[in-house]
Design a protein around this ligand. Sequence first.
Ligand code: PLP
Length: 403
Amino acid sequence: ASRFQGVEQGPPIEVFLLNRLFTEDTFQNKVNLGVGAYRDENGKPWVLPIVRKMEKQLAADETLLHEYLPVLGLEQFCNASVAMLLGEDSPAIAAGKAFGVQVLSGTGGLRVGAEFLNKHLKYDTFYYSTPTWENHHLVFVNSGFTKPRSYRYWDPKTRGIDFDGFIEDLKSAPENAVILLHACAHNPTGIDPTREQWVKIADVMEERKLFPFFDSAYQGFASGDLDGDAWAVRYFVSRGFELLCAQSYAKNFGLYNERVGNLAVVLNESAHVARIKSQMTWIVRGMYSNPPAHGAHVVATVLTNKQLFDEWRDHIKLMSTRVMQMREALRSELVKLGTPGNWDHIVKQIGLFSYTGLNQRQCEYLIQEYHIYLLKSGRINICGLNPGNVQYVAKAINDAVTK
Ligand code: PLP
């Protein structure tokens, strides 16, 4: 008998299961609206031309070795990331109060940051939005947080934010609770607080002494504008909050499987930087020892060269514009079909995702009858749509809603 025989089968991860079912489906007009990755107008993955260019350059560079990076990563990459987040002219950077740690994409940033807060500040309570990215809960619990709590966010009736509920939940949170905030392009709803609402959120968090942990997985993707998408984080910093922010380059560089990310740390005193870095070093050391170099080299080179940076910005603009066009197209097809309900939320939402408001039965119907794959929450990845399939999808949604 094997000593492993008692291991139970774990549940599948919905989004990866969906992807497998899609891949195995032989129907010609199948559509994948599940996976959280960019697709071009032919439904194909897109390697950013700037990334290809950098990779060729890196491959030809014989001075590049495969030596270990420092535990906290490539310094040039970390500095460029923090500057992208806070702005080149950030007073916090000038005063030496902000720094970065290279991490394994956005997830790694959340994981390292959460473990640090738990171990060294003894924080044990975290709040995530309902709904949120499905991995937040697991990452924080695995990092030692024992009190998971949620705050209200999505209001199915208005298909917008339940702002009063959100504020009420923040008001009743205990001091030092970590509040996970989506920096922009909230996943899965695609609805962000307005700037006025962010001000109010900051007011309450300041008053209640709550700790902001931003998750920035879509900078540049929400609006096509890197600065606009970082507004909330910059606003909190300008208010004097100390905070963490996990930055991912999976989406905005299309570097999903390279695990390129940065954990930005903003303090109100530079005197603590060295000690915090020393403790972050031990956290990373015990987790994976040091980060991979390839993706970080690509990103660092692009972010620190004006011409390359501009090229990359054009790519982001192209991706975010295509997403916005597909939102318009889907809404307009549904309106044309006279599909019952109001579909304005599809164009009001931003980022990769739309929370359609379709119920679980309707989602299952779309998968079974039309080979259109989407999460059972009704979340769709807008860039799974393209001029070739948007009518098909709209007709299918119409059928699912009216039948
Ligand atoms: N946070 C949010 C809100 C996300 O949507 C994602 C990816 O889907 C991530 C974090 C982390 O992604 P990664 O670890 O691939 O950077």
